[in-house]
Design a binder for this molecule. Structure first.
Ligand SMILES: [Zn+2]
Length: 359
């Protein structure tokens, strides 16, 4: 009797876990097949789709936002996220910190996400790194002259000296290491602002990709404030059609030529243009239209990459928009009539592919 009862319990447990295992197996198979495609050889004509999350104000993230990111991940298991995490989470009290860390690590382990870095020049972060805090200029003003932001949020990182930048990068790397996130490879400063000096410093500190090139034009979607255009470092050579490029030693723009900024792995620092702009600026239709431009480009035989971007604090608000666009990409990636390969990849995976193509 006792034995029968145990057997029944075991059968019930086994039954329950078998269902789980089938779900898990299916997911693992999907992931494995997606990785296989990525490592396979292609002779051009691939559209890589990257999806980056920006952690701007981790303390404002709600459980609904976290759930939105989790649901996007579950609904679209082929996505290879690049989470641009912000170490300000360790200098400003962040209520959901533990849940955020758990999500990021699960993303890394189960869904092959990359964890990169996003920095805004908040007082707690800047001072935590042992650097004197600045409140000017601001990229969110009518003009750069006389502009300021007491929170530091809109102050470009490029307003700091090279030595200060190095200290902030060292502080960031130490935080990532102590929290078990490994060594980050992809970097993006707040508001996509950068400079030749900042690009040189990130390469010096082990980063290999920059996710900063941002289209300043109004061809598609909204734009940043006027002072951003003066301070961000970008010009109209960056567009929604831009493709990944090696960063020159003489300019951060896509028009640059060799010699390129070298990184720790002996290959150049690569820019993955943020050609789909960011969540609040674009509609789902805008993003699909940009993806279509890149599909047309790839039909001519060359590879390219599009980058979708969502903020942590508005993940719930923009869930439907991104879920819709990702479904569109999922369909493109499975549709043989598209003629080109459409494939999700992290920023670092895109860089690795392009380094092969450039050889
Ligand atoms: Zn940001």
């Amino acid at each position: 009797m006792k034995h029968l009862l145990l057997t029944t319990i075991a059968a019930v447990l086994l039954g329950a876990s078998t269902v789980e295992v089938f779900g898990e197996e299916k997911r693992q198979k999907q992931i494995a097949s997606s990785n296989k495609e990525l490592t396979g050889s292609t002779n051009g004509g691939t559209v890589f789709v990257t999806l980056v999350s920006h952690f701007d104000r981790p303390w404002t993230m709600s459980s609904k936002d976290l759930a939105a990111l989790q649901t996007l991940t579950k609904n679209h298991p082929k996505v290879r996220w690049t989470h641009l995490f912000n170490p300000v989470s360790y200098t400003t009290p962040t209520p959901l910190l533990e849940n955020i860390e758990t999500f990021l690590k699960e993303s890394q382990k189960k869904y092959f996400a990359e964890i990169g870095v996003h920095l805004h020049m908040y007082q707690t972060f800047v001072e935590g790194a042992g650097v004197e805090f600045r409140i000017k200029p601001s990229v969110s003003a009518k003009q750069a002259k006389g502009s300021f932001d007491r929170s530091g949020y809109s102050v470009p990182m490029s307003a700091y000296t090279g030595e200060e930048i190095l200290r902030m990068l060292d502080f960031t790397l130490a935080q990532f290491k102590s929290r078990g996130f490994g060594v980050p490879k992809t970097f993006c400063a707040g508001f996509y602002t950068t400079s030749l000096e900042l690009q040189n410093k990130i390469a010096l500190k082990g980063f290999t990709s920059s996710a900063a090139a941002f289209p300043p034009g109004k061809e598609v979607g909204s734009q940043y404030a006027p002072s951003w255009h003066e301070l961000a470092g970008w010009d109209t050579s960056v567009t929604i059609r831009s493709v990944p490029y090696r960063i020159s030693k003489t300019t951060i723009l896509p028009t640059g030529t060799q010699p390129f900024i070298q990184t720790v792995d002996g290959n150049p620092l690569v820019e993955i243009p943020q050609n789909c702009k960011i969540d609040w600026m674009v509609t789902a239709e805008d993003m699909k239209m940009i993806i279509n431009h890149h599909v047309q480009f790839a039909k001519k035989g060359k590879s390219t990459a599009v980058c979708l971007a969502i903020h942590e604090g508005s993940a719930d608000r923009y869930f439907t928009k991104f879920n819709d666009v990702l479904e569109y990409v999922d369909n493109l990636s499975e549709n043989r009539n598209v003629q080109v390969k459409v494939q999700y990849a992290t920023v670092s995976q895109v860089r690795a592919k392009f380094i092969e193509y450039w050889k």
